[in-house]
Design a protein around this ligand. Structure first.
Ligand code: DOR
Ligand code: ZN
Length: 377
């Protein structure tokens, strides 16, 4: 990573979020600029229709590739559907874009092993997503019998070196919502890895110290985790600060501060087991601000700025590039990107909302001034 110093900038006090925390930017005669290999987003919800058109360029501006989640209505359960969905994403991209959507299949109790073969042969499907039925948005068609009906598919995935991407929460309503990830590790993930040690598994959007420790205890190269900006920067207080905050609600839900700190330590340690996955999940404003609001934080426009902030505050900017741009492709066995992006320490204000044909999307940290501004080189 090249670090250069250019242009003077002013002293300012910037609100970290609408949570009252502030971050002082020290006076300096020079503004910092980082140059890193173009990052990829290993966990992204692009949706379809006009929502897809509204959001795709926010990811395509700075990310080279993204693992695109299949939880549409209806879900993307076949390679044919994934290929068609990929075409509609490419159509929605600005003409000059070279953004490469990496597709996934939505695992169900009836997915056939043959579908995995088709997925691998397609050259455009890179993983299979496990949603326990009922765990989150559009997961009603998800898995109810992982160790029974899905076992032949999982065995076929081992044959084809196809990663399983896991939404790691149990759905038992008796289990406290803040404990669902921890219970999932003990009752599903640990037994799964024991049964199929050669299955590549990504524990998506880890939220707890338990998940961090579990991933660190597994075989490197077989089990890894994605980490979102919200689980690095916010704790569960952010859900209730000054009143209910629907735009901070996602699943798995934000946890206690000790968990946030454990995740920050893990990603800034330089471990290869953790990589960037935003879980950017747009919903139209009225579906968030209503009596039964949807889970999902729209962070695509701010994600790189926020990840950089986390690494800077941990004194680990030298570890940022591996997290954003190396660990993900290395785990998936894909080449690293060859182009670069710049991150300038240049305060910018996050838009209050992004209007589109069907309404508005409210981004994470709407209206807040952030410090790091990404741009393509
Ligand atoms: O908060 C979330 N939103 N978590 C998920 O697992 C799904 C996502 C969505 O699709 O909205
Ligand atoms: Zn997700």
């Amino acid at each position: 990573m090249i670090k250069t110093l250019v242009f003077p900038y002013k002293v300012s006090i910037l609100p970290l979020a609408k949570t009252g925390r502030v971050k002082e930017v020290k006076s300096s005669s020079a503004k910092m600029e980082l140059s890193i290999t173009r990052p990829d987003d290993w966990h992204l919800h692009l949706r379809d229709g006009d929502l897809l058109e509204a959001v795709v360029s926010h990811s395509a501006h700075h990310f080279g590739r993204a693992i695109v989640m299949p939880n549409l209505k209806p879900p993307i359960t076949t390679t044919a559907a994934a290929v068609a969905y990929r075409e509609s994403i490419l159509k929605a991209l600005p003409g000059s874009s070279v953004f490469n959507p990496l597709m996934t299949l939505y695992l169900t109790d009836t997915t056939s092993p043959h579908e995995i073969k088709l997925a691998r042969e397609s050259g455009v499907v890179f993983a299979v997503k496990l949603y326990p039925a009922g765990a989150t948005t559009n997961s009603q068609d998800g898995v109810t019998d992982l160790f029974g009906k899905c076992l032949p598919v999982l065995e076929e995935m081992v044959e084809h070196n196809m990663p399983l991407l896991v939404h790691g929460e149990v759905t038992d309503p008796e289990v406290d919502v803040f404990d669902r990830e921890k219970v999932f590790i003990a009752t599903v993930l640990q037994p799964l890895i024991q049964k199929l040690p050669l299955l590549k598994v990504v524990m998506e959007h880890v939220t707890t110290m338990d998940a961090v420790r579990f991933v660190e205890s597994c075989n490197e190269g077989f089990v890894a985790a994605t980490v979102t900006p919200q689980h690095l920067l916010l704790n569960r207080n952010s859900l209730f600060q000054g009143g209910l905050q629907p735009h901070n609600y996602c699943l798995p839900v934000l946890k206690r501060e000790i968990h946030r700190q454990a995740i920050v330590s893990a990603v800034t340690s330089g471990s290869k087991r953790f990589f960037l996955g935003t879980d950017s999940a747009p919903h139209e404003r009225r579906k968030k601000e209503c009596p039964c609001g949807c889970a999902g934080i729209y962070n695509a426009p701010v994600a790189l700025s926020l990840y950089t902030k986390v690494f800077e505050e941990a004194g680990a900017l030298d570890k940022l590039e591996a997290f954003t741009s190396f660990n993900g492709p290395d785990f998936y066995g894909l080449p690293r990107n060859t182009s670069k992006i710049k991150l300038n320490k240049n305060p910018w204000k996050v838009p209050e909302s992004f209007p589109y044909a069907s309404g508005n999307i409210i981004p994470m940290f709407a209206g807040v001034t952030l410090e790091w501004l990404p741009s393509s080189i």
